[in-house]
Design a binder for this molecule. Structure first.
Ligand SMILES: [Zn+2]
Ligand SMILES: [Zn+2]
Length: 345
């Protein structure tokens, strides 16, 4: 099969040919129809992820068609249209038994712990636990864009934040993750404030439901949010993963508010200074959000089917597999509004 592979970290990946994957007894092989290019892939290529063995094929935001099925799989058959969370559970550890596959103790991540979907085919493990059926009318590019940013934002807002109607929600960083969070928090009835440095992203945040936007280059962000909300946000997300947005997110909360860290903090952002006096004195909650379990996809997909969520609005450029090396290497240069998705193989 054709695949994009790198042999050394930070060395240009190549479009090459490798053996087709075979399904494990509990796994499936998918024919990849669409796969997103994500900043996490860039982190992996930079060498920031200790799970990656070389040579490596990236790609974790995928949708496709079941091509081959292992002998122990009972829920899937050849031809099924599916997607998969970027964190796959092992099915046997205590977290998986409790339904928390997103923090599985032996988790597997296509494109990190094994070869991913920048290829014509990809193997998925524990398919009965991890694979998700797609609604018939959802195109593959939209489905691929759910896999990481949108699902993580859904979990952050709905399951971790437990955001309810009438609450104030601040979203710091209006790239793909942040705009997903704006759309989802608005859909569940919150009053959403979007924060970014880019006027174009703030405009889109308003179109997706933000009731107010703040340009961080022009205002003291925590002050501005406390003023708009008359005391601070109930829930605030750092959707970027930077010490500045993380700090603003914590400082803009009202007492007993929740900060949710959605953006990954890796490399030179891995050990930020946290404003602990406010966290103690105001009983602030700090929560992470890391993917979403396959069994929670149904709630998100139902909101897409009913028109309350429209992830297709966040799909950006559609490119070919041959374009993937350049797209991957440039992921740190900008935070594009729409997700770049590989749709031609
Ligand atoms: Zn597990
Ligand atoms: Zn991703």
């Amino acid at each position: 099969m054709k695949a994009v592979l790198f042999e050394k970290f930070q060395e240009a990946p190549k479009l090459t040919t490798v053996n087709d994957p075979m399904p494990e007894p509990h796994g499936v092989v998918l024919k990849v129809e669409a796969t997103g290019v994500c900043r996490s892939d860039w982190h992996g290529w930079m060498g920031h992820d200790s799970d990656i063995d070389l040579p490596h094929i990236p790609g974790h935001e995928l949708a496709g068609v079941v091509q081959a099925v292992g002998k122990d799989v009972s829920n899937w058959k050849v031809g099924d249209r599916v997607t998969v969370p970027f964190i796959c559970g092992c099915g046997t550890c205590s977290e998986c038994h409790a339904g928390h596959q997103q923090v599985c103790l032996h988790q597997e991540q296509p494109g990190f712990t094994h070869w991913g979907s920048f290829a014509e085919y990809v193997g998925i493990h524990q398919a009965d636990l991890n694979v998700v059926a797609l609604p018939e009318d959802m195109d593959f590019a939209t489905a691929a864009s759910l896999g990481c940013r949108f699902a993580t934002s859904f979990r952050a807002v709905v399951d971790q934040g437990k955001v309810s109607a009438g609450q104030w929600v601040a979203v710091h960083g209006c790239g793909g993750v942040g705009l997903s969070a704006v759309m989802i928090a608005n859909a569940v009835g919150a009053n959403v404030i979007g924060v970014d440095l880019d006027p174009a992203k703030l405009k889109l945040a308003k179109e997706l439901g933000a009731v107010a936007v703040i340009n961080g280059a022009e205002a003291d962000v925590p002050d501005a949010i406390r003023e708009i909300t008359r005391g601070g946000a109930h829930v605030s997300l750092d959707a970027l993963g930077h010490s500045v947005t993380m700090t603003n997110s914590i400082l803009c909360l009202r007492p007993r508010g929740k900060h949710i860290q959605v953006g990954l903090m890796l490399g030179d952002q891995a050990a930020p200074a946290v404003p602990m006096p406010k966290i103690v004195g105001q009983e602030i909650e700090l929560l992470g959000s890391h993917g979403m379990q396959a069994h929670r996809y149904g709630a998100m997909l139902d909101m897409v089917a009913s028109g309350k969520l429209d992830p297709a609005r966040l799909v950006g450029n559609k490119i070919s597999l041959a374009d993937a090396p350049d797209a991957l290497m440039n992921m740190d240069k900008f935070q594009s509004v729409g997700a770049t998705v590989i749709t031609r193989f």
